[in-house]
Design a protein around this ligand. Structure first.
Ligand SMILES: [Zn+2]
Length: 281
């Protein structure tokens, strides 16, 4: 391949990612503009966090990408009770967050951790307590390698059908096993199936966790094919985007392979893969 051909290929690849970013829509407009113009995004992105009224309060904090290494070591205290989950992260630069749900699963999680280690990037794992209890060594590895572990309930139920007491138990037991295996209580919570309710927001806040959803759903659990998963990530790529994938819950071979493909491409395109940080502003 000549130099020109190589350059064309790189530009085409980058162009494809930027086109995908533009397609994310209005909610991502501020982040996309920042990537194109290089201007910093200082405000919390719309629809993700607190209402504007709340954002002005000194106690309100917003999400920012973590540019350092390792998970935050100090708990910032009890968060506000949200009315909707965060859908993306704000901050300067081309940051994206990769999240893996429902694990850990010894058949797939180690492969994902290997790929993340190969490219020296940190991700988030929203674990289920019953999986974490059986595979505590994988949570210890996540801690060692600087990944962030979030709470995805004990048994992955539809929270909207549970009593408040059951929801509390699902969340609390999972916090306990995470603390035991990972070394810290989780700062993030994600409702199974993205089905949130008031009790989930209230109890999550009570347990010191912020609700984090996602911007781009790879739908990898439908096993649509590795290429389709890669395409969904690349088409959805934009600053502040949170990507949802799974490292358990079925055959996740495609998810494992897709990561090996899209991660180096995202990095080549100038994206920084990071984990969010809770920060008081
Ligand atoms: Zn899930």
């Amino acid at each position: 391949m000549t130099k020109d051909q190589l350059l064309t290929r790189l530009l085409t690849r980058r162009g494809a990612l930027l086109t995908g970013a533009a397609a994310v829509g209005a909610a991502g407009a501020a982040g996309v503009l920042a990537a194109v113009t290089g201007e910093p995004v200082r405000r919390a992105l719309p629809a993700a966090g607190p209402k504007a009224r709340r954002a002005l309060q000194p106690s309100a904090y917003r999400l920012q990408p973590l540019t350092g290494y390792g998970p935050p070591r100090t708990a910032p205290g009890r968060p506000l009770v949200r009315r909707e989950p965060f859908l993306r992260v704000s901050g300067r630069g081309r940051f994206m967050v990769l999240t893996f749900d429902d694990g850990p699963d010894p058949r797939y999680t180690p492969d994902i951790l290997d790929t993340l280690a190969e490219y020296d990037v940190r991700a988030m794992f929203f674990v289920c307590g019953e999986m974490a209890a059986d595979h505590q060594d994988l949570l210890a590895r996540m801690a060692d390698e600087g990944h962030v572990v979030g709470n995805h309930t004990w048994s992955h139920p539809l929270l909207t059908r549970l009593s408040r007491a059951r929801i509390r138990s699902e969340m609390e037991r999972t916090c306990d096993v995470i603390e035991h295996a990972y070394g810290e209580r989780p700062l993030w919570f994600r409702a199974p199936y993205g089905a949130w309710n008031r009790a989930a927001f209230q109890l999550g806040a009570e347990l010191g966790m912020e609700p984090l959803a996602w911007t781009v759903d790879t739908l990898d659990w439908t096993t649509p094919g590795t290429r389709t998963i890669v395409g969904r990530v690349e088409n959805g790529a934009a600053p502040g985007v949170v990507v949802l994938s799974h490292d358990a819950g079925g055959d996740r071979t495609q998810s494992v392979r897709a990561l090996r493909d899209y991660l180096p491409r995202l990095l080549d395109s100038g994206y920084h893969i990071t984990v969010p940080r809770r920060q008081f502003t």
